[in-house]
Design a binder for this molecule. Structure first.
Ligand code: IVH
Length: 659
């Protein structure tokens, strides 16, 4: 039994390492669960034999009264910061001035909290937070639950290593999702969430938080005969620690700047948050030569990404009405520049969002705008309140038509259900002409609003009758013959759009661009689509009950039906003209993952697969039907083999596409 017990510990620890540290599972979930259950049974029957490196410690259990204080034998230092190229150059020059010709290791600056891990004879003994750098807190029980922290090393050595504990973006979002459901206050960011989790006295809670860890520092490299930081990273990796694969050895400042540029762009595609790049002198002898200040090593620094968050004042909260009648509170902000663009407004989504952030009018708030992301209010700075702030109050009546607002089912949003509400109608018209819908050039949001208010257009059909008002329109300020002709031309051209645009333009709730395409392909004409029944709609791949219900509801309103028929009568094309969309049985309703380098770009392949009716996702799971493998494939290929998923090379892909 003892032998089996030891064997199980080895199997499970290895499986954890392969899955969590190498991201390369070697056994199936079922097998893993089976081994774990067997181990738990043995431990339950024979509590006296439980080993400290048993994976059963990962589930947590101990509840502490407090965290013990720990003194770090070597202080845990922080890093100095640099913010731009010239400060990086100055750092490089300070090193060169000491007669060093530097090589640097560049690393991602993980946004979490630093941890020191101690091992004796290769077994995990204890873990501590940084604290004030000299005295930290003993978080051993919680760190045991982190599956990327090995409980046993590949060599029976005594060692201290340091790294960063963090929470992935996905885990953070899930956690907040759950907190929202339970009505608990939301956590501000993954770093706070990780720090809060590490400081749980009940290690079961910490275990449930699914923290992760990257190791990046060996305080005593000389003890192991190691002379460079890069070799230290390799050494720690070989011992079984999780070392970030993005770490790079660079030989000059240009390579260093290139690394920064690349990682800055790549930042949002990482599954965890980083807040900069750490630059470390590679040679340990050179590090010694540079030495330390009281707070920082002089041989390393952190390049910090420009702030994505800026403080400003929440001047007011104004409500807007969307085309579905949804009411949105919007923050009116004192204009601020964030990452190069001026922000004046930010959506506050709904009443719950405003309440969860505890926003008051007049508050100082922190605004964030990541690249290509709409601005958002991150949090309120409560310290800045002076008592003059006004409470937020949700409105009860539509700000445009004054109808009472309604909450649908269990939803958080309020709606104006008046189909004749001016705001809803204007938004509906704006959507109808928009680029991805009927694509009518020249009819911008303002013009639609003006034409509506001047009673030239009241519904979709009126757009196609605008020509009747040509005489009046050319007289309007800012317009002339030519601009009106252009608008009328593009209205005329829009009549020949393919069906998917027509469907999308109607603005049926929950029917987006992608769904419209699926529906157009399926029904071929608007007339067919209008007659679709609920069960048939629901049975279409990628269309669920909510969408089906929404379509049925839309056409159950006579006015909507009449309007669509009128549009067809006026000459709006009702046929699906998608040509490339010959569906191919090898692709329809299948999910694909692409790995490695192929002769066309992944985006091109993705588009082609989608046009043939398939779906492309990023990670291999049980739902994956086929993994397409190019040159130098990643761990996805191995995962596919392990899970027995069908694998196609490029030749096979082309063959299937042409079948
Ligand atoms: S090296 C003496 N490397 O950033 C070496 N720190 O702002 C000290 N951090 O306290 C740390 N990623 O918590 C190092 N790759 C990395 C890091 C990193 C994140 C954190 C760490 C440190 C803080 C300094």
């Amino acid at each position: 039994m003892k032998e089996r017990y030891e064997e199980l510990i080895k199997i499970i620890n290895e499986a954890d390492y392969n899955y969590h540290t190498l991201d390369n599972p070697t056994i199936t979930d079922q097998e893993y669960d089976k081994y774990l259950r067997e181990l738990f049974d043995i431990e339950k029957q024979n509590p006296s034999i439980i080993r400290s490196d048993s994976p059963s410690v990962r589930v947590g259990g101990k509840v502490l009264d407090e965290f013990k204080k720990v003194t770090h034998s070597i202080p845990m230092l922080s890093l100095s910061n640099v913010f731009n190229e010239s400060e990086i150059e100055a750092f490089d020059n300070r090193i060169k001035k000491e007669g060093i010709s530097p090589n640097y290791v560049c690393e991602l600056k993980i946004d979490g909290l630093s941890v020191s891990l101690h091992y004796e004879k290769g077994k995990f003994i204890s873990a501590a937070t940084r604290g004030d750098g000299v005295i930290g807190e003993d978080i051993t029980e919680n760190v045991k639950t982190i599956k990327t922290v090995p409980l046993v090393l590949n060599k029976p050595i005594d060692i201290e290593v340091r790294g960063e504990i963090y929470m992935s973006k996905a885990t953070f979002n899930n956690l907040n999702e759950k907190r929202k459901e339970k009505g608990l206050p939301l956590l501000q960011n993954p770093r706070n969430a990780a720090a809060g989790s590490v400081r749980q006295l009940d290690s079961k809670i910490a275990a449930a938080r699914k923290l992760e860890c990257w190791i990046y520092h060996l305080p005593n490299p000389e003890d192991y005969g190691i002379t460079t930081h890069f070799a230290a990273l390799e050494f720690m990796k070989d011992l079984g620690f999780r070392v970030n694969p993005n770490n790079k050895l660079v030989y000059n400042i240009n390579e260093l700047l290139e690394f920064i540029e690349y990682q800055t762009k790549n930042r949002d595609s990482l599954p965890y948050e980083i807040d900069g790049i750490v630059i470390k002198l590679n040679n340990i002898a050179d590090q010694k030569k540079m030495g330390f200040t009281a707070k920082y090593p002089k041989w390393a620094t952190a390049y910090k990404f420009p702030a994505r968050e800026v403080l400003t004042k929440l001047v007011d909260i104004k409500f807007t009405v969307g085309r579905t009648g949804q009411i949105t509170p919007n923050a009116v902000l004192e204009p601020v520049i964030v990452q190069g663009s001026t922000i004046r407004r930010a959506t506050l989504h709904n009443e719950d969002f405003v309440k969860s952030k505890d926003l008051k009018i007049g508050d100082t708030v922190s605004i964030r705008k990541a690249a290509d992301v709409i601005p958002e209010v991150v949090r309120v700075i409560k310290d800045r309140r002076d008592g003059t702030e006004k409470d937020f109050k949700m409105i009860k009546f539509c700000p445009i038509c004054n109808e009472p607002l309604i909450k649908k089912d269990e939803q958080v949003d309020y709606f104006c259900l008046n189909p004749n509400c001016d705001a809803r109608k204007i938004e509906g018209l704006i959507h109808f002409v928009s680029r991805k819908a009927m694509n009518i050039d020249g009819l911008g949001d303002r013009i639609i609003e003006d034409f509506y208010n001047m009673h030239f257009i009241n519904n979709f059909v009126d757009i196609y009758r605008l020509g009747n008002h040509k005489k009046d329109l050319v007289e309007l300020e800012g317009f002339g013959d030519k601009s009106i002709d252009n608008i009328l031309n593009s209205i005329e051209n829009s009549k020949s759009n393919s069906l998917e645009r027509f469907i999308f333009a109607l603005g049926i709730p929950n029917v987006g661009e992608k769904t419209s395409k699926i529906l157009a392909k399926k029904y071929k004409t608007m007339t067919n689509f209008m007659e679709a029944d609920f069960d048939e709609l629901k049975s279409i791949y990628d269309i669920g009950e909510i969408i089906a219900k929404s379509i049925i509801n839309y056409f159950s309103v006579d006015y909507n039906k009449i309007q669509v028929l009128e549009l067809i009568k006026i000459g709006v094309n009702e046929k699906c003209l998608l040509t490339e969309s010959v569906e191919n049985k090898n692709f329809t309703e299948k999910t694909f993952v692409i790995t490695g380098t192929l002769s066309s770009s992944r985006d091109e392949i993705r588009e082609k697969i989608e046009s043939l009716g398939g779906k492309v996702t990023d990670s291999v799971s049980k739902k994956t039907s086929v993994v397409i493998v190019g040159e130098n494939p990643g761990s996805k290929y191995e995962k596919a083999q392990k899970f027995g998923i069908e694998i196609w090379n490029e030749e096979k892909l082309n063959e299937m596409m042409n079948k």
